[in-house]
Write a protein that binds this ligand. Structure first.
Ligand SMILES: Nc1ncnc2c1ncn2[C@@H]1O[C@H](COP(=O)(O)OP(=O)(O)OP(=O)(O)O)[C@@H](O)[C@H]1O
Ligand SMILES: Nc1ccn([C@@H]2O[C@H](COP(=O)(O)O)[C@@H](O)[C@H]2O)c(=O)n1
Length: 214
């Protein structure tokens, strides 16, 4: 069994749903890296920090840290010990998170949190395969057109289709630096695939890779 399996892709490509299902099938924990960036953004807003002020964000995190709890039934986000998971997937956090996540020192904070976790696990995000776990045994990258992703996301946000689509396209552009897939990632275009089909495709690739491992 590989130590670390990475599943990356743009917003609403299905990373967290797929990672959770794949991890459950393998009996492994799954880890949502985006939830840490969301937790940091929540604290930035809570403490009224300017999202452009990298040094102030890092200082704030020293006093008011966040912690990811990767439970199999769903990752939880703790801010100073308080469970704030329910407030992580709002349009307000969607719109602010990329500005916070672009700072190298913020990324270093998140990378340290992720690398401190004990493998094996399935981890999802943008740059898990390209940057954070370059030695991961297996790397997947999910794509889908913005329109398909916006339709999937509709209903999870308090917004209409046009707003959800515009927000997805904006976030893709804002995250462009960390979005490119690792050169050795297996790319799966899920535009015409159901969730279960994506999960089974990945599990099949993992089984095949496992069969090749001595
Ligand atoms: N292949 C698929 N077919 C249909 N629906 C899907 C598929 N993959 C994911 N979904 C649905 O799309 C929505 C978004 O999926 P999910 O939250 O897993 O994406 P994500 O990439 O983790 O998003 P984000 O990066 O914004 O957190 C969910 O409602 C999920 O059930
Ligand atoms: N590896 C990652 C993961 C996430 N981000 C940033 O966090 C935002 C939220 O991520 P979700 O997966 O929960 O949507 C995302 O838009 C990025 O700004 C990142 O930079 N790297």
């Amino acid at each position: 069994m590989p130590d670390v399996i990475t599943i990356d892709g743009p917003s609403a490509s299905g990373k967290s749903s797929v990672a959770r299902r794949v991890a459950a099938e393998l009996g492994l924990p799954y880890v949502s890296s985006g939830l840490i960036y969301r937790g940091v953004t929540y604290q930035v807003k809570r403490y009224g920090i300017n999202p452009d002020d990298e040094a102030a964000i890092v200082r704030m995190l020293g006093q008011h840290p966040v912690q990811l709890v990767p439970l199999p039934e769903g990752n939880r986000m703790l801010a100073e010990g308080q469970d704030v998971t329910a407030q992580m997937h709002t349009l307000e956090i969607d719109q602010a998170v990329s500005a916070v996540a672009r700072h190298p020192e913020v990324r270093a904070y998140v990378y340290r949190s992720l690398r401190a976790l004990q493998p094996p696990f399935v981890v999802e995000g943008r740059d898990m395969g390209s940057t954070v776990f370059p030695d991961a045994a297996l790397k997947f990258y999910l794509t889908a057109t913005p329109e398909v992703r916006a339709r999937r996301r509709l209903g999870e946000r308090d917004a209409d289709y046009a707003t959800v689509l515009a927000e997805l396209i904006r976030r893709d552009a804002a995250d462009a630096k960390q979005i490119p897939p690792a050169p050795d990632a297996i790319i799966i275009d899920t535009s015409a695939m159901g969730l279960e089909e994506v999960v089974q495709t990945i599990l099949e690739r993992i089984r095949r890779a496992g069969a090749k491992t001595p």
